[in-house]
Design a protein around this ligand. Structure first.
Ligand code: NI
Length: 257
């Protein structure tokens, strides 16, 4: 792979517990800092994954993690799941409740999704911690709940219009953008990349998914943020390293790192 000499890449959203990394996870996680990666937030999808990624955070100084229930992982949830999430948040490297939200792409009961999302939003307000939001084809209901609770946090892999992005800004939240900005059909993402106030922009991979061009369809990892940063820096007319520095600072501020 071509190595780009950028430093201080902060990946605000990744899933290094994914089976796609099983064959070489340890080598990869060891190698990332040598390739300029200075921070990664591994996101949980349930309590089992929170436990696994907590282990990565304890082993690697640059890795942080979240705890929470993703809308695709609502089967067989323990009744006291909020206690479990709360327990993880006591860990010094557990930086947010995530990823949580709504996914109307898949056939998952909407009332259950909304209930669990709302309960986790309420917990974030109680504990005063940020949330990482997953919103797939559910902009309306997601925004209704965000307007109601006004949590601190991040709309990850933001896929909305510029109008929606502006409303997210008015609510005081941030967005993160990833590989999609390099795709040919990425008009919304490019418009948002151009317009978003720079202090509210984070960069992410959603690894192992969403690889940027020229690796589209292949396994993604945090180094590839270099390609995302290059594209966004180009449309904003700014220096790539400066964009990486600012977005890394934004992530640290949001996650209190
Ligand atoms: Ni994710």
């Amino acid at each position: 792979m071509e190595t780009k000499k950028n430093k201080k890449i902060f990946d605000a959203h990744a899933h290094y517990d994914d089976a796609w990394f099983d064959e070489d996870r340890e080598e990869l996680l060891k190698a990332l800092p040598e390739s300029g990666v200075s921070g990664v937030v591994c996101n949980a999808v349930d309590l089992k994954s929170a436990e696994v990624i907590k282990g990565y955070a304890e082993k690697y100084s640059y890795i942080y993690f979240t705890a929470g229930f993703h809308p695709e992982n609502l089967e067989d949830m323990p009744d006291n799941y909020l206690d479990g999430v709360t327990e993880y948040l006591k860990h010094p490297k557990c930086v947010a409740i995530g990823e949580i939200g709504l996914d109307y792409h898949w056939d998952i009961p909407k009332d259950l999704q909304n209930k669990i999302f709302e309960e986790q939003l309420r917990l974030s307000k109680e504990l005063d911690v940020p949330v990482v939001i997953h919103d797939r084809e559910a902009h309306g209901d997601t925004m209704d709940l965000l307007r109601k609770y006004r949590p601190k946090g991040l709309m990850h892999c933001f896929s909305g219009s510029v109008e929606l992005m502006r409303e997210v800004m008015r609510l005081g939240m941030s967005i993160s953008l990833g590989g999609v900005v390099t795709f040919k059909n990425a008009r919304h993402s490019i418009d948002c990349a151009k317009e978003v106030p720079i202090e509210r922009l984070l960069l992410e991979t959603d690894a192992p998914y969403m690889s940027p061009v020229p690796f589209r369809g292949k396994r993604n990892d945090s180094r590839n943020i270099a390609y995302v940063a290059e594209k966004i820096a180009e449309v904003r007319g700014m220096d790539v390293q400066k964009l990486l520095d600012i977005t890394a600072q934004n992530a640290k501020r949001l996650f209190k790192i």
